[in-house]
Design a protein around this ligand. Sequence first.
Ligand code: ME8
Length: 687
Amino acid sequence: MSEKIKAPYYITTPIYYPSANLHIGHTYCTVNTDALARYKRLTGHEVYFLTGADEHGQKIERKAEEAGVTPQQFVDDIVKGFHALWELMDISHDGFVRTTDDYHIACVQKVFKKLYDKGDIYKSSYKGMYCTPCESFWTETQLKESGGVCPDCGRPVEEVEEESYFLNVSKYAPRLIEYINENPDFIQPPSRAKEMLNNFLLPGLEDLCVSRSTFKWGVPVDFDDKHVIYVWFDAVLNYLSKLGYLADNDELFKKFWPASVHVVGKEIIRFHTIVWPIMLMALDLPLPKQVYGHGWLVLDGRKMGKSVGNVVDPVALVGRYGVDAIRYFLLSEFQFGIDGNFNNEILITRINSDLANDLGNLLSRTVAMIEKYFGGEVPEAKVYVSEEDDTIIPVASALHERVEAAMNAVHPNEALAEIFRLIRLCNKYIDVTAPWVLAKDESKRDRLGTVLYNLAECMRIVGVCLQPFLTRTAPRIFEQLGISGNEALTGFESIERFGLLPAGTKVVKGEALFPRIDIKKELEYLESLMPKTEEKQEEKKAENAEKAEKSEKSEKGEKSGKDEKSAREKPEADGEKLTEISYDDFAKLDLRLAKVVACEEVPKSKKLLKFTLDLGGEERTVLSGIKNWFGTNDLIGKTVVVVANLAPRTMAGIESHGMILCASDAGDVHLSPLTTMSEMESGLKVR
Ligand code: ME8
């Protein structure tokens, strides 16, 4: 075992804008960063993993105004959702920075003043084209190439003229060019380094405008209160402020700076490899060791993004398939450095083939055979057959090195590919060695034992390696192998040698790690969650028209309407976004208790049931799309809660007057109408 003292490891994600709820793209970046942080902890590094929220700027100020709340209220609300999402995704961050936190504001102001006093920030006036959603100025050349719209998001830019403070970027540019040329690992993947040099640094940099006076929502320049500090200048300093830079207690800063790697999306690599290093040079601080620019998740050929609105909601996916299935998909499917297309079919196939078939079956077959042939005790390995055993043992023995290389290169997907290569080889090994045939011949008992030992040991090695990736599954593998909590067998160093699993270890068969899922049903479900662009809706309509009768078609319209609605509501149900309403708004609802008198099917509708409700003397017909969960007799005599003053609506040719309130989980797996704890009279008001 190596006794080397390992370097502290400081890894960061971008701090995301709380302008809307986070989507699968942010989750992709954070989950990959989390796997890297967990891996470094597992391999003995002291790790600080930082994420957070970038809360200032005009975009947030405008959004808050639209929502009729203060910017602080607006961001507080959305940032709650960030925390909930990271908890849901098992993100193991050590710190969460908010740019509205006092320590951060103090740090930004001190840095600004320090650079002003030094002459690296100076006051002048500026006129330029600005993209508010991206909080970026663009030069004429850049706009020419992009056809006059923002090169990052494709939205219109506007002319802005201000008296501002500027950062003397041009002074440091030659030093930065030299640094990038001398440190080929600094910007990764390497293609991005070329892009930064050729597109920005070599043509010459203009000094950067680092203050704004046209809006208020930012860190004030403390010696000139007309100005707030440019949101990007403010934002990148999060990487220092959370560590206590320029604060009384700067222990974390001393231990962890410079950062080992800033993981960022490719569109913000410019700020991280040009502006940020120049700020650090001006502060006489070392530069981060690496900035890794990952690719985008793309939907229908466009970057998934909050401003465009074509986003996939991770909360719904996790509710349906579980954290590890979604973590696995995000960690394995896309090569980290380049763009990848989000695709439902691949998501489902991955869950079924990689997780349920390859991984799940390998564990269950291994444990089941040890139980069946050896009473649940891992047998000894006594009879080695090189042409069979050499297909897996050398691969298992070298796995830690391969995973280490992939993780050091910031390629979690490649690390997982190595782990799953061993899993597949083990499945093949079972087919080739055919333990069930060996079991029939008493003279082959020692060989049978060896085969099962090798499989169990490979499974242990797989479990150890999977810990940073599949946070819930790795412990379940250890449980079934009977080695839970045994650090000597689950720590990363324990897989440097093949054969550490002691014979006699008691295995325990457990539930399947990943149940197989029904592809057709799940694709329909996922389709209903996808953001619907107009074009897509048209395509869908055309598809439906071909498939169904006229009446069927109207039901499909009903279905997608409902599903869109439920997709929008889900984040709220999971505490992600709660829009406050006044009591007066609430009082507009007329909620009533109603007794279900009768219920019947709606001809040709797959989802709707027709209810006759007693609202205390008044009888109502209410349609409800709950046929997937209930039969016509299930609710008869039950008391339900109805929105009684909902405007009547005709569905499938029947007028429905009111709505039955139901609760459902994220994937709509469980659904229940609301009722009362004791018998209450029909027609009573609910408030
Ligand atoms: O840019 N695919 O915040 P942001 C993959 N506040 N990753 C994606 C993605 C997609 N479709 N969409 C977003 C900001 N991301 C600034 C950062 S840092 C000092 C300040 C990820 O909320 C990706 O990592 O727009 C991207 O860089 C980041 O979210 C942008 O998040």
